[in-house]
Design a protein around this ligand. Sequence first.
Ligand code: NAD
Length: 471
Amino acid sequence: MRKIEQIYIDGEFITPHGTETADLFNPSTEEKIGIVRLGDVEDARAAVAAAKRAFPSFSRTNKAERIDLLKRLSAAVSARSAELTAAMIEEYGAPQYFTGFAVSNAADTFLTMAKVLEEYEFTQRAGRAEVTMQPAGIAAAITPWNNNYGFICTKLATAIAAGTTIVIKPSEMSATQTQLLTECLHEADLPKGLFNIVNGRGDVVGAEFSRHPDITKVTFTGSTAVGKEILRVGAETLKRVTLELGGKGPSIILEDADLETAIPNVLRMGLMNSGQACVAGTRILVPASIMDDVLVRLKEGIAAFKPGSPLEPEVMIGPMVSSKQHERVQSYIRLGLEEGAELLVGGPGRPEGLDHGWFSRPTIFYNVNNNMRIAREEIFGPVLCVIPYNSEEEAIQIANDTSYGLQAYLNGSDMAHMRALAERMDSGRVVINGAPHEPLAPFGGFKQSGIGREYGIFGLEGFLERKAILS
Ligand code: NAD
């Protein structure tokens, strides 16, 4: 049984003041694998104090010094990629194709930010004024469990590039992964207090970071409900906030799509990260004229998305992260049936041959109406809705008829036409024909998918304040 009993403050692993503990599980087996001791409000305050002490000197470092730190961090994370992968498989249950991406991506975020920093001009002119970009102040990052390394590393890399110090509260469900990652980051030998990591409950440590007067900026990834709470609490001290929240992405199959390639893309984008992805394209919009053909192909295509233990390399859908998340997905599958949607494949219960573990059956509903709750609410599991449309106008209208707007997908043959359609979609990103991730492009949501953008110069500027000097 693993015991994680330390948090990281001021460049050291220390025993927290908090004494509450949380259990850690292997979601593939439901076995308890460890216990994490959680920080409390006092620990959160100690972390902020350390970041505050480190801020004056770190905020005056130059580009070359920060680039050097970013490169060291990348190397330190890469050095233990095999252990990081194993921990993500055990504690989170991510399939191996996803851990392969997530771990190398976490190390790469530091190098990408180093490149952005190299080219970024911190000083511009506006008329007679000189405009400088200054670190906004001490930052707090609050992150979820569905890509623990990636979220921590992206936020840390951006803070360093901007010249700010940071306190980080990862998900309490990811403590094994956080412990390993923190050990890697520690190896990079950064100035004390530059980054501080406190395991803890959201309503304790997260809430303290959101209201602490010495925190200027909160960068949050997680649910829309918690994002709203952070915004409300942060309003008291007018915090700058970046909120990366939920999604219910539309994935439009256009009439001219080559279904041989479009169907695998649509399934891949809908079921990525076992469906536990804010960017998943979970509403599949299909021309009514080709519906029968598409349904046959979806049913055939989903057979390639094997559910099971992520220890098996060919598995594409791992377990849900927790018993609570598993029950949530199951309840949405039951709701879909109650709402009158029809099952193309999947349904309630575990996949065949898996009698324990928090597994859900990859499920596709068809004859879904965009007003059904399964089409409007984020399920965060391997559950897709097929919605018919009769004209492209209607497809765009349905795509935009959602409270979210994080990532949308277009699948077709005419690139110029799809670019024109992309302009009409209320979405932070529009991915055409399964195009790969671009780490320099802005990432974030329209509407209730969030506020602000991460990545590249867009993310960097979220940690900076403009100052005009008139002479
Ligand atoms: P969550 O909102 O429950 O928790 C996220 C983090 O917030 C955790 O660290 C949690 O402890 C903390 N938290 C909880 N209550 C808090 C409070 N009152 N004050 C401050 N912090 C608090 O989300 P989750 O269940 O961990 O993750 C799933 C959600 O994250 C999904 O809705 C998903 O769409 C979203 N998500 C968004 C993105 C994105 O980039 N847009 C990426 C991944 C996940």
